[in-house]
Design a protein around this ligand. Structure first.
Ligand SMILES: C[S@@+](CC[C@H](N)C(=O)[O-])C[C@H]1O[C@@H](n2cnc3c(N)ncnc32)[C@H](O)[C@@H]1O
Length: 420
């Protein structure tokens, strides 16, 4: 049975919300002001969802989604919102998260919205059937792979590479078994990592090694790696040349599947905001450093201690340091945060945790005497929780800047400066 639902609000993941008393129904791809005819689903995990089948009245914020694949692709959740609404909503989501923790920065810096079409990393779902490889994205509400010829958020060079790859992957992938193909681009270099079954026995054999070498040489890919499943360390099948990223004064040879900011412009904007919040000279720590996105820039101002839990990232940074005063340490900052004593020698500390935030590390920093802290976050809710701990420990929240490099998604980033 279909129901008529008014959409009142937008949830943090970008779904429209219909409210009736205490009841909430989440309707994806709708906006406040929409009135829709929708099929209500059975509740799952206490959450009620509905699929809109028709828009009865259109929200004043609604626009025609620019992507031709918008209706079938499971990506971009907010392409149907006007730019004005979308931008205001992103900034508001950060404000709301902060105000729920009773936080208000002394300064709101102007938000930065970066253009679409610049994503330099993408994971495509691959499926080989009867010797034909489909390489695309998952369809909305489905586990089927759809062959997407255009993607407005990805860099056109990444999409061009995807097109060439489908045929070249045929001798590598196992028939009838899904795999993920991760493409990462730095400058004009490409890195490729396959996760899933390859070859006749689901792991690399001679044919796979030969086809990977052929693919790398003919398509100009620096390296091809493989791992059987997520979270395993990838094994290099072929490396034509080192895959190198320049961070500040460092050239870092990136390991397979290295974390990188999704766009170069985003990396630059975040780095500029971090550097603006740091003193001109000093001794620094870079917590959750990855391969050194910020460490490389910070090194130009003084010695840096970098910490991350991922061994290949730490090894890459250590290898890149050359004569510079950089120390890279593998450390799980959730289990073993830097304590007040260890932080004494730093003039400033940068922390850029994953979405789960840095609760344990924030508790330890709250008890430290470090004069300046800079937080970078891709999750305003966990950031606000951690910022609350710092403020309760005596820090002042000096500024917050919203940086949006995840165009048309609900994701948003921020850089915040604290002092004591
Ligand atoms: C958002 S990324 C930031 C990386 C880096 N700052 C950059 O901009 O490229 C978060 C980083 O935290 C690391 N990480 C995740 N959990 C961790 C933990 N418990 N302890 C230390 N590092 C962790 C990840 O390996 C990843 O490099």
């Amino acid at each position: 049975m279909l129901s008529r639902l008014d959409i009142h609000d937008l949830a943090p993941l970008g779904d429209g919300i219909h409210r009736a008393g205490r009841e909430r129904i989440y309707v994806e791809r709708t906006l406040p002001g929409d009135v829709v005819e929708a099929q209500i689903q059975k509740p799952s995990g206490g959450i009620v969802r509905a699929n809109a089948v028709r828009i009865i009245e259109s929200s004043p914020h609604r626009v025609k989604a620019p992507c031709p694949h918008y209706d079938v692709c499971g990506g971009c959740t907010l392409q149907h919102a006007s730019e004005e609404f979308y931008r205001a909503w992103k900034v508001e989501s950060v404000r709301t998260a902060l105000s729920r923790q009773n936080l208000e920065p002394a300064i709101w810096r102007d938000p930065i919205f970066l253009p679409e079409g610049k994503r330099r990393r993408a994971t495509f779902a691959a499926f080989k059937k009867k010797n034909v490889v489909t390489l695309g994205y998952f369809r909305r509400r489905s586990h089927n792979v759809t062959d997407i010829s255009a993607c407005l958020i990805a860099d056109p060079a990444v999409m061009e590479m995807r097109k060439k790859l489908a045929g070249a992957l045929t001798p590598i992938l196992s028939d009838g078994k899904p795999a993920d193909i991760f493409i990462q681009m730095v400058g004009t270099q490409f890195d490729l990592a396959i996760t899933g079954a390859v070859g006749r026995k689901d792991r690399p054999d001679l044919t796979v090694y030969e086809a990977a070498a052929e693919l790398a040489h003919t398509l100009g890919i620096a390296r091809v790696s493989w791992r059987s499943k997520d979270y395993n360390e990838a094994e290099v099948l072929v490396e034509v040349q080192p895959f190198i990223a320049r961070f500040g004064i460092l050239d870092v040879p990136l390991p397979p599947l290295a974390f990188l900011q999704p766009t170069k412009a985003g990396e630059d904007a975040l780095t500029a905001a971090v550097m603006a919040a740091l003193p001109e000279r000093g001794t620094f720590a870079d917590l959750f450093s990855g391969c050194g996105t910020f460490s490389g820039a910070m090194l130009a101002r003084g010695p840096v201690d970098a910490f991350d839990s991922v061994d290949p990232a730490v090894r890459a940074l250590d290898k890149a340091k050359g004569p510079h005063p950089l120390r890279a340490e593998r450390r799980d900052l959730g289990r073993q945060p830097l304590d007040a004593d260890e932080t004494k020698r730093f003039d400033a500390i940068v922390f850029d945790p994953p979405r789960a935030g840095a609760e344990e590390q924030a508790k330890a920093l709250a008890a430290s005497a470090v004069p300046r802290l800079v937080g970078v976050s891709c999750n305003p809710v966990t950031f606000a929780r951690d910022a609350r701990l710092l403020v309760e420990g005596g820090y002042k929240l000096d500024s917050v800047q919203v940086v949006d490099q995840f165009t048309w998604s609900h994701h948003v980033e921020l850089v915040a400066a604290f002092s004591r």
